[in-house]
Design a protein around this ligand. Structure first.
Ligand code: FES
Ligand code: FES
Length: 159
C-alpha cells in the first residue's frame, strides 16, 4: 500500500509517496535522492544511517518513514546551512578525520547534535555522543580531535 508523508527536510517542506513499510533511510536515498545518509547494518548497530529528527539523532534504517510526518528531519546535506555544521565540516576536512568516509555522515550528525547543546564538550562527552557509531577504518582519534576543533571554531566564530 502507498501513502504520503509530509515533513520538513533540511529547511524545505516535502511530501513524498512511499510504501507503507518503507524506512526513512530508503525514502531519503531512493525517493528523495539524498545519498549522504548511509546504509550499513540495517539493525541500529553501526550508526551510518543517523539523521536528526526534531534535533535529536535517530537511526533512519529502522524508522518507518510515516513516523516523521509533521516533524523536522535534518540529514548530512543540511548541515552546511548551520554555523555549527559548517565548523564540523571544516574541522573534519582540515583534520582529514576519516579514511573511507563511510561512517562520517552519521558521525557528523551526532557530533552536530552534541555541539548544538554545548560548544565546550569534554572528551568523554564526545566519546559518549559518538558511541553509537562504528568506524571500521579506526579513524576515531582523528574524529575526536576534529569534533574538539569544531567546538573551538564555534567558540571563536572562525567557521
Ligand atoms: S544502518 Fe542504521 S545503524 Fe547501521
Ligand atoms: S572512515 Fe572508514 S568507516 Fe570510518
Amino acid at each position: 500500500m502507498t501513502e504520503t508523508t509530509s515533513f520538513r527536510l533540511n529547511g524545505t517542506d516535502v511530501s513524498v509517496a512511499h510504501e507503507t513499510d518503507e524506512t526513512l533511510l530508503h525514502v531519503l536515498r531512493n525517493r528523495l535522492d539524498l545519498y549522504g545518509t548511509r546504509f550499513g547494518c540495517g539493525l541500529e548497530q553501526c550508526g551510518a544511517c543517523m539523521v536528526l529528527i526534531d534535533g535529536r539523532p535517530r537511526h533512519a534504517c529502522t524508522l518507518p518513514a510515516e513516523a516523521v510526518g509533521g516533524r523536522t528531519v535534518t540529514t548530512i546535506e543540511g548541515l552546511a546551512a548551520d554555523p555549527v555544521g559548517k565548523a564540523l565540516l571544516q574541522a573534519f576536512d582540515e583534520g582529514q578525520a576519516g579514511q573511507c568516509g563511510y561512517c562520517l555522515s552519521g558521525i557528523l550528525i551526532s557530533a552536530f547534535a552534541l555541539l548544538k547543546g554545548s560548544n565546550r564538550p569534554g572528551r568523554t562527552d564526545i566519546a559518549a555522543a559518538l558511541a553509537p557509531h562504528l568506524c571500521r577504518c579506526g579513524a576515531h582519534p582523528r574524529i575526536l580531535r576534529a569534533v574538539e576543533r569544531a567546538a573551538a571554531l564555534t567558540r571563536t566564530g572562525a567557521a
